[in-house]
Every structure is written in C-alpha cells, then in structure tokens.
Ligand binder design. Structure first.
Ligand SMILES: NC(=O)C1=CN([C@@H]2O[C@H](COP(=O)(O)OP(=O)(O)OC[C@H]3O[C@@H](n4cnc5c(N)ncnc54)[C@H](O)[C@@H]3O)[C@@H](O)[C@H]2O)C=CC1
Ligand SMILES: O=C([O-])CC(=O)C(=O)O
Length: 275
C-alpha cells in the first residue's frame, strides 16, 4: 500500500496519526507533497509517526515527483489552491484522489477540468465528508426531489478570524450570536475557503451551489463548531446537528475532519483496518 498526501497540517497530522495507530500493517510508502517553505515540517511529521505508519517516508516538492513514487491514490488536505494546482495532473495520471477542500469545486472551470482528466484516465475523485455527516440520506433524498436545503455553520468568533467576517462584524466584541452571511453555497465556498467546505460538500451531493442555502454564524456562547443540515424533500424531511470539537491547532477545522479522512483512506484498501 502506497499513500500520497498533500498537506502536512491539522487534518493531515490527525489522519496520519490514526493510520499509524490503526493500520493492520504499515504502509509500504507514504509520500507527502510539501511547499518549499514546509518541507522540514512535513519531514518532521512523517518521522514523528515512526515505522508504524510506513516503511518509506518521503517528502517531495512537485506533483510529478509525487507521481513518480507510484502511489495507489492521493489524499488532499491542503486547501483550495492545492486542488487547483494538482488535482487535474493527478487524475490525468490515473490516480484516484480524495478531496478535503471541496469548496474549490464551486469553481465550474476547476470542476470541468477535474471531470475531463478523470474521464480520460478512468481515475475518480471522491469528496471526503469532512466535518459533516448525513450525506447518504441527502444523496438519496436528491433522487426523490429536494425542496429546500439549508446548512448552518455556527462557530466561536475566533474561528472566523482572518475571513471576510472580520469586515462585517467586530468578532472580539460580540456578546451574542451574529449571522454574518446568508446566501448561496457557491459564494460561501468562494469567500470562506477554510470554513465553508462543508457547505460545498452538501451542495455537490444535494441541490447544487446556487440552490443550497447557507448561514454562517459567529457565536460567543459556543465552544464547538456546530453544523446543522435541514432538508425538505419528497421522500423525507430531516434535521441533522453535529457539535464538533474544534481542532486544538486550528479552530476553523473540526476535529472530525482528520478522522473522516483516515476513515476514507482505510475504506479504499481492503483489509487495511486493524482490530
Ligand atoms: N471538508 C471539510 O469538512 C473541511 C475541509 N477543510 C479543508 O482542508 C484544508 C486544510 O485544513 P487544515 O489541515 O486544518 O489546515 P492547516 O492550515 O492546518 O494545514 C494545511 C497544510 O497544507 C499545506 N499546504 C497549503 N497549500 C499547499 C500546497 N499548495 N501544496 C502543498 N501543501 C500545501 C500547508 O503548508 C499546511 O501544512 C482547508 O484549507 C480546507 O480547504 C478544512 C476543514 C474542514
Ligand atoms: O471543520 C469544520 O468545522 C468545517 C470547515 O471548516 C469547512 O467546512 O471548511
């Protein structure tokens, strides 16, 4: 088993920790694609996980180097730009791709490029559920006809630091919950690239980027990242609420996301799960 991963931050570290603990046997190789300024950090991460993770542990700087190490598939946990830069060449080389930065797919041109590369090579890209759940019933309900899909993300104010929310509201002074964004999943994914990948995932599996309604809330009364999905459809109405622990290293990212990525990786290899 040979795994390639793009990113060596919060989600990648969490997912690789789970693999190092839970794989039935170590990977033959793990290859991490790092930016020039992060090669040392990527190497430290791979070394910290020891022989339990993989025999060979390699850090590379380009997508062609990554592909030269013949991964079985590639997991992305690095951000929108990484998917824009590396997604099509990976798929064109016939490698399956697990996508965490689903918000990048709000860009129709990127989606068309990935679809074309995948069609030409037969490779597939799969969206990691990330911080959310309930996507199975959403996809089923889509087949029956969706009347309304609303996704609400409620996070502590510090999770919205460094986003356009800062221009809309004084995050540090907030005393009560404040809805600073109400609109389509497409605009949310574009404007909040580190916070609205779940909105994009729901849009992709459900009503699409234009019709999926999104609300983003900064709430000083919560310590969790709370994801709520409300769906009205021809087969069922449902409301799902997930109260996620924020990652200690990155309050924007729910801890679930790294576990979700590890779970997807384990799913792609038969018999890879330990006891
Ligand atoms: N689907 C979901 O539920 C969620 C998706 N995400 C997505 O995952 C991404 C990563 O999240 P975290 O791990 O929390 O962020 P992070 O900031 O902790 O780590 C990102 C890592 O990717 C690396 N990186 C960035 N651009 C790169 C590039 N072009 N090539 C190679 N490496 C690159 C960074 O150096 C860093 O190591 C987010 O930006 C977001 O797009 C985040 C949270 C939830
Ligand atoms: O991890 C989360 O809470 C969700 C998130 O950041 C995203 O959707 O991009």
């Amino acid at each position: 088993m040979r795994l390639a991963i793009i990113g060596y931050g919060t989600i990648a570290r969490q997912a690789l920790n789970v693999l190092a603990r839970d794989l039935a046997r170590p990977l033959d190789a793990i290859v991490c694609l790092a930016r020039a300024d992060g090669a040392g950090r990527a190497q430290d991460l791979l070394e910290s996980l020891g022989a339990g993770l993989a025999g060979e542990r390699l850090v590379v700087g380009t997508v062609s180097e990554l592909l030269s190490h013949r991964p079985d598939f590639v997991a992305e946990a690095a951000g929108h730009k990484a998917l824009q830069d590396y997604g099509a060449p990976i798929l064109a080389a016939g490698k399956h791709l697990l996508v965490t930065s689903a918000g990048a797919l709000a860009d129709d041109d990127l989606r068309a490029g990935l679809d074309a590369a995948a069609q030409q090579s037969g490779a597939r890209y799969r969206i990691c559920p990330g911080a959310v759940g309930g996507l199975d019933i959403l996809a089923a309900a889509k087949l029956s006809g969706l009347q309304d899909v609303l996704y609400t993300s409620r996070k502590p104010p510090k999770a919205w630091a460094g986003t356009p929310a800062e221009r809309l509201v004084d995050l540090a002074a907030l005393k009560a919950a404040h809805v600073f964004y109400e609109g389509s999943a497409g605009a949310a994914a574009r404007d909040y690239p580190q916070n609205a990948n779940v909105a994009a995932t729901i849009a992709l599996l459900g009503a699409g980027f234009a019709a999926t309604r999104v609300r983003l809330i900064a709430d000083p009364a919560v310590s969790r990242n709370v994801h709520e999905l409300s769906v009205r459809s021809s087969c069922a109405d449902f409301d799902i609420r997930i109260s996620g622990q924020p990652s200690p290293e990155n309050p924007k990212t729910s801890l679930t996301t790294g576990y979700a990525l590890a779970n997807q990786i384990l799913d792609l290899w038969p018999h890879s799960r330990g006891a």
